[in-house]
Design a protein around this ligand. Structure first.
Ligand code: PMP
Length: 405
């Protein structure tokens, strides 16, 4: 099936707007994607038609909201190929998913002197929760490094894993380097030694298909807002055998089956980990973005984005004094770079004035910046709706800014 870019763009009315009188070129999709009308309409429909708090009430509105909310759990189960619905937990985002596992897995499985391995290319949200847990439990954090191309040094994993290693936390795709990590190999190596693996899929699920059963993933987390869905919604997939053993992360309504002042009995999965009223609107609207991903096909999106990545990379490489960070063999649609003699903030600010939205700074990945001895970069990241014409506009604008300096 041909990739109908005009149809796809028509789903995103915001792409028609102008910024400082220039057509918007949105290249900050790794931070957050724009929302299609399908998502906006699902929110509107819910609130005009049948909104009610889910699970607890016995009236029509609550029942209809509950059915729609739970239907989205089924859609997430499908996109991940999770063996069961009970293993799909709604959170408020990847960050909360990491915190949930770091806390709860830590409480259950980590003892003084145990080891946690994180990769050198992690987003802060896949480092700091593990550090907090390690501090509480007197555990040790070890680091799996990457080479200058931005590829994990997988051979080092064998030396790093010891009988004290309990969990490895690694990104599916780096939000700076664009590297698509060989997570299947990481999981295989870890499982040979009975080590659990947490995959941060914040940059994964919207760009590449994921099958948690094929991967034999223990945990996989992602955020709806980076996959064309609303913000404030995230997912944690976890193997039932682990989740059942782990204590609740938060206490409150919904996560209990019975409460007395003497003792509380916890609810079954997934509700044990969903304390309080969840983001009903967000989850229901997220269902619409999952439908869209399915309709277009993740593999088709991946192929389209690869075309854009290659096109942008070759355009950037023609620019003198420009350094790209991350040139792994398997790379997703993210390019982080600097131009010699020009601060990335200045570049980003002037591009913005030309209607081009990029991101500047450390991208919440200080350890990546430290690897290259830099303060930050400019970063472009593409989504399903970007075009080669937009890449042309970006490259032209960048050249103009460089000439200006
Ligand atoms: N991990 C990675 C790789 C990310 O790119 C991000 C978001 N930039 C996160 C985690 C955190 O996601 P969120 O802010 O949606 O919780």
């Amino acid at each position: 099936m041909a990739y109908d870019i005009q149809k796809i763009r028509s789903y995103f009315p915001i792409l028609k707007r102008k910024v400082y009188t220039k057509p918007l070129v949105y290249l900050d999709n790794a931070a957050s994607t724009q929302k299609p009308i399908q998502v906006l309409k699902a929110e509107e429909r819910l609130h005009n038609d049948y909104y009610g708090n889910i699970h607890r009430a016995g009236h029509y509105m609550a029942d209809k909201s509950t059915i729609d909310f739970e239907e989205v759990r089924g859609k997430v189960q499908q996109i991940l190929n999770s063996p069961s619905r009970e293993e799909v937990i709604f959170t408020k985002g990847t960050t909360e998913s990491v915190n949930l596992v770091a806390y709860s897995f830590g409480e259950r499985y980590i003892e003084e002197g145990d080891e946690i391995i994180v990769s050198e290319m992690e987003h802060h949200s896949n480092i700091v929760p593990w550090q907090l847990m390690a501090e509480r439990k007197k555990a040790i954090i070890k680091v799996l490094p990457f080479n200058d191309n931005g590829e994990l040094q997988l051979q080092k994993l064998d030396e790093l894993i010891t009988p004290r290693t309990k969990i490895i936390a690694v990104a599916h795709v780096s939000n700076v380097l664009g590297t698509v990590n060989p997570i299947r190999e990481v999981i295989e190596k870890a499982h040979e030694k009975n080590v659990v693996v947490f995959i941060d899929g914040a940059q994964g699920i919207q760009h590449t298909s994921v099958d948690v059963q094929e991967l034999d993933a223990d945990f996989y987390a992602f955020s709806a807002h980076k996959a064309y869905g609303p913000n404030g919604v995230g997912v944690l997939y976890g193997k039932k055998s682990l989740l059942e053993e782990m204590p609740p992360y938060q206490g409150g309504g919904e996560m209990i089956s019975e409460v007395t002042f003497e003792k509380t009995l916890f609810n079954e999965l997934p509700y044990k980990f969903e304390a309080g009223t969840p983001n009903i609107t967000g989850v229901i609207a997220f269902g619409a973005s999952l439908d869209l991903l399915k309709e277009i096909g993740i593999e088709n999106i991946a192929a389209w984005e690869k075309g854009l990545l290659d096109y942008a990379t070759s355009g950037l490489k023609e620019i003198e004094g420009l350094t790209i960070y991350g040139e792994s063999r398997n790379k997703s649609g993210v390019v982080a770079f600097n131009v010699e003699g020009i601060h990335f903030y200045d570049l980003g600010m002037l591009l913005d004035k030309m209607g081009i939205a990029t991101r500047t700074g450390h991208h919440c990945a200080d350890t990546v910046m430290q690897h290259y001895g830099i303060q930050g970069t400019l970063r472009i990241s593409v989504g399903m709706y970007n075009t080669k014409e937009e890449i042309d506009l970006f490259i032209e604008a960048l050249k103009k800014v460089i000439r200006f300096f």
